[in-house]
Design a protein around this ligand. Structure first.
Ligand code: DGI
Ligand code: FE
Ligand code: FE
Length: 189
């Protein structure tokens, strides 16, 4: 597995400046949340750092990557190009960054859609992506307040926000996202 300085060097070349800074911020936020909720800080930092490693590849490179490495997407996933970077990112983490920790690989894999039965690390990366320092969307302060109080309540707010936003645009919701939302609604009932 690449060292943190090696990963930073790799990402600084693979990502645009905004996305590189975002990755550093998600890593910092993941470490902070790990300390609050009892996850390993280095593991959370590493997962945060690499979560968007495949975000800035071109459409054509992403398609070649899928073809080369036999990554098969569902029809919904193929249509949802924003979903590609997390699916390819998990493969890239294992194949090229040398990550063997399945928990880190899954945190990358599910950081965009979420899923039912998420691990603590998966929730931390999913949420750190919403509350990282450079985020400035409407409602980010509510998200930041929620994430310090309860991961479950923060997941509920984030999933509601995402599903409502996608619905308003007529974008298909990934089944993993719906399963995550249903699960959290049952838990919080
Ligand atoms: O990579 P980031 O921008 O940091 O954040 P992200 O990985 O959470 O990606 C957010 C994008 O993913 C956003 O444009 C909405 C899209 N997305 C999230 N959940 C779903 C989704 N797209 C589809 N089609 N279905 C989903 O369930
Ligand atoms: Fe992402
Ligand atoms: Fe991100």
């Amino acid at each position: 597995m690449l060292t943190v300085p090696q990963v930073k060097d790799l990402l600084s070349r693979r990502l645009c400046e905004y996305r590189y800074v975002h990755s550093l911020n998600v890593a910092d936020e993941a470490r902070r949340l790990a300390a609050i909720y009892g996850e390993d800080g280095d593991r959370a930092y590493y997962a945060g750092l690499i979560h968007d490693a495949m975000k800035d590849v071109t459409h054509d490179s992403a398609l070649s990557y899928m073809k080369n490495y036999g990554i098969n997407l569902t029809e919904l996933e193929l249509a949802g190009t924003k979903l590609w970077h997390s699916i390819l990112g998990a493969d890239y983490a294992a194949r090229f960054i040398g990550v063997t920790d399945e928990g880190i690989i899954n945190a990358v894999r599910y950081h965009t859609t979420a899923r039912a039965g998420m691990s603590l690390l998966e929730k931390i990366i999913y949420l750190a992506d919403y509350t990282s320092a450079e985020r400035s969307y409407n409602g980010v302060e509510d998200m930041r307040a929620a994430v310090d109080v309860s991961l479950e309540k923060a997941m509920k707010i984030a999933l509601d926000f995402t599903v409502n936003d996608l619905n308003s645009k007529g974008v298909p919701i990934h089944p993993d996202t719906l399963a995550a939302l249903n699960e959290i609604n049952v838990i919080l009932t």
